[in-house]
Design a protein around this ligand. Structure first.
Ligand code: ADP
Ligand code: SF4
Length: 677
């Protein structure tokens, strides 16, 4: 099937300055945790998106000079000829599939602490960095001249590296946006005061970049359409900026002033949620406009174009979850689209200083080091495989094994497939997570060699009797009922009549009423989400955690502040920095992690979100208590091997299935930068 005429507008070429995009699919700059540190990994990953049909593929934030060093985050850099060579590899990989390559030149200003380069940071005013006890050096005129030269040098290197689109970046609190700020910019010369003066540096960069590279490269600007906040650049001023400078760049890449809303997770924001704040811009600038919105529906994309909101469909996460999204729309293979679930795990791992990974796309980040392709697996395999457990690990394994050619039987004790994904996606805010199940069920449904049997709990005797060549156990894990967890190494004993519940109980429908204390030693989303469920069902909820804030780990997914706000607005009491000591059925004792002092809280029920016990009984019944003997063709995958996030279960199932029977499973190659002589 070819392009559905309803969607053909998405495949029109679009001219931006001197270059022409082959279609309207535009991968906006997004972090990868690869940057300067993993150049081959980066090039292969970006090239894969071009292969999948994205008309433009951009870098992440790319530092122009060592005074802008965001260690420990692996930002990209264009400091020297070594960087030029590494990023040229990315541009080449993108060009190989007919797409344009974009580069987002960046200077962090006061925001960065320059932990690696140890250079003083620079800013319009001396201000503290994001989190280190260091302030920037106030820029004088000589600094301004030097900065403009660095930007020019980086733009020229970018052009030499083959990039087609070069960004000027006055947004997200970085250096150029400091100059735009009413409150930060206290200069009394031509760079401070009026809006025109505050815009001067931005205008100079734009004009100088265009003069230097504009013959061959388009110049793009990433800008917050609703300003940078009242004290900095209010919404009216942002509108004025677009009015005054709208004609200068070739492309406006529009964002909003709240980064955690801009890349908002599906728990808090739906597809296309930026539209209300950016829709005005296109008419004002007269230039092509791109923006994001976690777009996965081609109908929504078309509506954005036809109603004049956007010219290009921008994407970061949808291009991570499915690098082949444009190709699938072009070929009318809508059911094959692997839709982003908006969990922000990709962003979290960049934030953790490592290469991004994706819940939906287990090949993300593995294109170079493991040679994995998101749409192709080694085919021609034969043999029978039994997969026990149809959660994310088992579903992914059965899907990939089926595509490889094996005859696969997938069995699950439950009446529905999906394991934890099905159960959790019924909790507040997690509805989109069921896409992890639905995509895989859809794919399995097309494979005649994969059979799914629900409502089938298998014993060790059943598995043996089945007699498959290989067995993959994806039996998951269950939440512990004894308090064991990162802050409690010794199980707690509760009286038999005390109502102690686990997340599994709540997901089975045992939701207690009255005064409930939920103790969160897990620190991610489940504790806060279950607290919300309890509150919505009428319980008086106290949420206690051993961490400093509610859902502390979700700071990495950009959800922590929304999480805590949502809980407070739901009337949930939040107690932090306390560990659970005891519960007698009526009172719970919590200890302060600093002083050890005890506090008593009345509660008729305790919900424990602490840690999980792998469901590995079946495995040990099959292989014996010593563990697998050589030759035993029984593998554990997913949470029953290592309880973790859903992305890890999908990855585990994918890896096992892709590499089953291979002589040399992939090893973790190091992507070292060649030493420049
Ligand atoms: P993962 O995240 O590793 O995929 P889940 O907990 O989501 O794990 O899924 C595990 C699945 O395994 C559940 O759907 C559960 O019903 C199923 N399961 C566990 N033990 C058995 C068994 N003995 N026979 C069949 N299915 C099982
Ligand atoms: Fe989407 Fe989650 Fe994948 Fe990120 S990790 S692209 S949010 S599915």
């Amino acid at each position: 099937m070819g392009i559905d005429p309803r969607h053909s507008v998405l495949f029109e070429p679009v001219k931006i300055g001197p270059v022409t995009l082959p279609n309207r699919f535009y991968q906006v700059p997004h972090c990868t945790g690869m940057g300067h540190a993993l150049p081959r990994t980066l090039a292969a990953m970006r090239g894969m998106k071009a292969e999948g049909g994205w008309g433009a593929v951009c870098t992440e934030y790319c530092s122009i000079h060592p005074t802008s060093d965001d260690q420990p985050f692996p930002f990209a850099s264009m400091w020297d000829d070594g960087d030029l060579a590494n990023l040229a590899a990315m541009a080449d990989a993108v060009h190989a599939h007919g797409a344009l390559a974009g580069i987002e030149l960046w200077h962090g200003g006061s925001y960065v602490a320059n932990l690696a380069s140890r250079q003083p940071s620079i800013g319009v005013r001396s201000m503290p960095s994001r989190e280190d006890p260091v302030q920037s050096r106030r820029m004088d005129k000589a600094d301004l001249r030097a900065f403009r030269q660095w930007h020019l040098d980086a733009a020229q290197r970018a052009k030499a590296a083959g990039f087609d689109i070069i960004y000027v970046y006055p947004t997200h609190g970085y250096l150029v946006s400091e100059f735009l700020s009413r409150s930060l910019n206290e200069r009394t010369d031509e760079y401070g005061g009026s809006l025109v003066n505050r815009l001067r540096l931005f205008r100079e960069l734009l004009e100088e970049t265009r003069a230097a590279v504009g013959d061959r490269c388009a110049v793009a600007v990433r800008f917050a359409a609703n300003g940078h906040g009242e004290g900095h650049l209010c919404a009216e001023e942002a509108r004025d900026v677009l009015g005054l400078m709208g004609h200068l760049p070739d492309l406006w890449d529009l964002v909003i002033n709240d980064y955690y809303e801009e890349m908002g997770s599906s728990r808090f924001y739906s597809e296309g949620h930026l539209e209300g704040r950016i829709a005005y811009a296109r008419a004002l600038t007269g230039k092509p406009v791109v923006s994001v919105g976690r777009f996965t529906s081609p109908d929504t994309m078309v509506r954005q174009i036809k109603t004049g909101v956007l010219d290009l469909i921008g994407a970061a996460r949808p291009s991570i979850a499915d690098p082949f999204l444009p190709a699938k729309i072009r070929e009318g293979r809508y059911e094959d689209i692997r839709e982003c679930i908006g969990c922000n795990i990709c962003y979290a791992y960049n934030y953790r200083g490592s290469a991004i990974r994706c819940t939906q796309n287990p090949t993300m980040g593995e294109e170079w080091r493991s040679g994995w392709h998101p749409e192709r697996v080694p085919a021609g395999a034969s043999g029978t495989i039994l997969v026990v457990g149809a959660g994310p690990a088992g579903l992914e394994a059965a899907h990939i094994l089926g595509k490889r050619g094996y005859t696969v039987t997938l069995a699950d004790a439950a009446k529905e497939a999906g394991g934890r994904v099905s159960r959790e996606s019924r909790l507040p805010g997690l509805r989109e997570w069921c896409r992890v199940r639905d995509y895989r069920l859809q794919q399995i449904g097309k494979l005649p060699n994969v059979s799914l049997y629900l409502d089938n709990r298998l014993s060790a005797a059943d598995v043996r009797e089945f007699g498959a060549d290989d067995v993959l156990l994806a039996t998951g894990a269950r939440w512990r009922r004894n308090g064991l967890g990162r802050s409690c190494p010794i199980p707690i004993e509760f009286p038999g009549d005390a109502l102690v519940l686990t997340p599994d109980d709540l997901m089975d429908g045992r939701v207690p009423a009255g005064e409930v204390l939920l103790y969160d030693d897990d620190h991610y989303y489940l504790g806060p989400v279950l607290a919300l469920l309890l509150a919505r069902q009428g319980a008086r909820v106290c949420y206690a955690t051993s961490a400093a804030r509610a859902g502390e780990w979700s700071k990495y997914t950009g959800e922590q502040d929304r999480t805590q706000r949502q809980m407070l607005e739901a009337g949930i009491e939040i107690r932090c920095n306390e560990t659970l000591a005891s519960f007698d059925g009526r009172e719970i004792t919590l200890n302060c992690i600093y002083t050890g002092s005890a506090a008593v809280q009345a509660a008729s029920a305790l919900v424990l979100v602490t840690s999980r016990e792998p469901n590995d009984n079946l495995y040990y019944e099959l292989v014996g208590s010593e563990g697998a003997q050589s030759g035993a063709r029984i593998l554990r995958i997913g949470d029953c091997l290592q309880p973790s996030i859903i992305a890890a279960a999908v990855y585990s199932g994918h890896k096992a299935a892709r590499e089953l029977g291979s002589v040399a499973p992939s090893v973790a190659l190091r992507d070292r930068v060649p030493i420049q002589k």
